[in-house]
Design a protein around this ligand. Structure first.
Ligand code: NAD
Length: 251
């Protein structure tokens, strides 16, 4: 059993920028220690530098089946424990069925879905010791279909199911699992595919009439990792300015 007096440790994937990096800062401010995992070496190095040597940087690709056990081992060797796994690494793809060849489909699935499965499987023993938490970053694209994101939306819908599966299977060990479904946030991932037409359509369709910030999503993730959410598991929580509640089609 992990020592209750020590600082808790979170491993956050895709933590070199965007929502993952913002979440890492919020959790450190809340007293957590963090391991930042990413496959982008330069971005990871500069992200780690923001934590004055107190964060562990893990250069791994979550879609590599060999990576997850090595990353979890490195985290445990360094910090001695793992209390939260944030499966945040993701890639975007806007393509309808007829334009999505199999290579494109697999590229999305390997990171967005396989990566979550592999990291969770590798982390389960350590999370049993801490009665820890898993937070998976899905998307509102996993809750509703649109006409142009077959691979991305399907990968995120599968992550939503995987979250419920994790909660059902791992609850007996005190492990909680929840998913956050962000609405649009102006990160590199989103801005690579959001045209001006899509940006305008989102502003119109979202009750709060704006994109969210990385911090607004990170606050929800940090809450779900924390003891404040000790009786919350198996939940799919949209942080999307109310978009999901409107029933308006995804731009
Ligand atoms: P981002 O591109 O800013 O950050 C993603 C990070 O993940 C990058 O640092 C990237 O190098 C890393 N990454 C990608 N594939 C990886 C892999 N295979 N192994 C290790 N690292 C990998 O994007 P973001 O917007 O911060 O996205 C974070 C999560 O939020 C993603 O899962 C994304 O699908 C989800 N999301 C984002 C939005 C949005 O509008 N930004 C909306 C809904 C959901």
């Amino acid at each position: 059993m992990a020592n209750a007096t020590q600082a808790k440790v979170a491993l956050i994937t895709g933590a070199a920028r965007g929502i993952g990096l913002a979440t890492a800062h919020l959790m450190v401010n809340d007293g957590w220690k963090v391991a930042l995992l990413d496959r982008d070496a330069d971005a990871l190095k500069s992200a780690a530098a923001e934590f004055d040597g107190k964060a562990l940087d893990l250069l791994f690709d979550v879609s590599d089946p060999q990576a997850a056990p090595q990353a979890i081992r490195a985290c445990l060797d360094h910090f001695g424990r793992l209390d939260a796994l944030v499966n945040n690494a993701g890639v975007a793809d806007f393509g309808p069925i007829e334009e999505t060849d199999f290579a494109r489909w697999r590229r999305v699935m390997e990171t967005n879905l396989d990566g979550v499965f592999l990291m969770t499987q590798a982390a389960t023993e350590a999370l049993k010791d801490s009665a820890g938490a898993i937070v998976n970053i899905a998307s509102i694209s996993g809750l509703r279909a649109s006409t142009l994101r077959v691979a991305y939306g399907t990968s995120k819908a599968a992550v939503i199911h995987l979250t419920k599966q994790q909660a059902a299977e791992l609850g007996e060990y005190g492990i909680r699992a929840n998913a956050v479904c962000p609405g649009p946030v102006r990160t590199k991932l989103a801005m690579a595919v959001h045209t001006q037409d899509i940006i305008d359509a989102y502003h119109d369709a979202i009750p709060l009439n704006r994109y969210g910030s990385e911090q607004e999503i990170g606050e929800v993730i940090a809450f779900l990792c924390s003891e404040k959410a000790s009786y919350v598991t198996g939940q799919i929580i949209a942080s999307d300015g109310g978009f999901e509640s409107t029933g308006v089609g995804l731009p």
